[in-house]
Design a protein around this ligand. Structure first.
Ligand code: 2U9
Length: 342
């Protein structure tokens, strides 16, 4: 065997032994010792072989030198790789920085709540105070004081849940206005959002519990013109621009005269579509001048004071606005639906 062959064989032996030793190393310190032993400049085993290059002829040296470099690179790479592994282990649990971030769950307001807030904001600018009251009421406040005796045909539309003799779940928020009138003298301007209850089936267009928003303004000298102007100002702000509004004669026991208020259909623009039942109009509220009997029942002098009242369903308005055709979606709590509004 020539010296060249002998040295190359030695180098390969060093590589085999080095690879086995590095693979078996149990820690970073052991690896450092192996680095010194195998590839260290002074006293390393590779360096020992390279010292013998002097024994070779000029033309024999490159082959051994190249082989020594190859072995050194291979062992150094292996040492680096295992050293990195120990460094990660030392730094605690492994973190995969390439994983996509976890999306933060953002809360949001229910679409009906959003509509309630918008309506109250507009009426606040118009001078109305927001008030709330009990959902459990007496027949007296829910019906009698509002000029609706239980044997009146209009009471049929308000069939409700009786909790006890003479105690009901309110069918509208109107009893709150009756309490307000008993506690405060005019001028009074209030808006009253809140849940109301009716003995209705839970189907695409009815819910046994739903959100309502009513308003009341009372003072000396309030006229139907004040009522139309205020309601029109509200509608123009809520629906935007100068959308056409119309007042249609209607009947409610607690208002006289009474009107239903329509706004140009927001879906078809008036041309006629399924949402507006091809009328070009959307009904958004009931309203009227407060009936003198109601004033008398709540302690206001009907000869001295006049006023207007209105009521609307924020759920229905949200449905019209977003093109929702089944009211149950609003009251079921399904996040696949509700998540679209936050
Ligand atoms: C007092 C005096 C009068 C409130 C009114 C309406 C007309 C009305 C409905 C709209 C849709 C109820 O949610 S709904 O089903 N409301 O049409 N509400 S006038 O009148 C009052 C209230 C209180 C003391």
């Amino acid at each position: 065997m020539s010296i060249v062959e002998e040295l190359i064989e030695q180098l390969r032996e060093i590589q085999r032994e080095g690879e086995a030793a590095v693979a078996a190393a149990g820690g970073a310190q052991e690896l450092e010792a192996l680095r010194v032993e195998y590839v260290g400049r002074k006293g390393g085993r590779l360096t020992a072989v390279l010292r013998r290059l002097g024994e070779l002829g000029q033309d024999e040296r490159p082959a051994v030198g190249a082989e020594a470099n190859r072995v050194k690179d291979a062992l150094s790479a292996l040492l680096d790789q295992r050293e990195a592994g120990f460094a990660v282990a030392r730094s605690g649990p492994r973190v995969d920085l390439t994983l996509p971030g976890r999306e933060r769950w953002k809360g949001g307001l229910h679409p009906v709540t959003q509509v309630v807030e918008e309506i109250c904001d507009i009426f606040r600018d118009l001078g109305f105070t927001r008030v709330a009251g009990p959902e459990v009421e007496t027949v007296e406040y829910n019906f009698s004081k509002l000029n609706t005796p239980l044997d009146h045909p209009a009471a049929d539309m308000h069939d409700t849940f009786y909790l006890d003799d003479g105690i009901v779940l309110r069918t509208h928020t109107s009893p709150v206005q009756a309490h307000v009138m008993e506690q405060f003298q005019p001028p009074v301007r209030v808006v009253v959002p809140g849940a109301v209850y009716r003995r209705d089936p839970f189907d695409a267009s009815h819910a046994p519990a739903f959100e309502q928003l009513e308003g009341l303004a009372v003072d000396e000298g309030i006229t139907f013109a004040d009522f139309k102007a205020t309601i029109t100002a509200f509608i123009h702000r809520f629906f935007g621009g100068a959308v056409p509004v119309r007042f249609r004669p209607s009947f409610f026991p607690f208002t006289e005269p009474s009107a239903e208020v329509d706004v140009r259909c927001q879906i078809c623009g008036g041309g006629g579509c399924a949402a507006c039942k091809h009328t070009g109009w959307m009904e958004i509220m009931g309203s009227g001048m407060v009936h003198p009997n109601v004033f008398a029942n709540c302690g206001y002098d009907p000869e001295k004071y006049t006023g207007y009242a209105f009521g609307m369903g924020p759920g229905r308005i949200a449905m019209q606005r977003y093109g929702v055709t089944d009211i149950r979606l609003l009251y079921e709590g399904d996040m696949r639906f509700l998540g679209q509004f936050s």
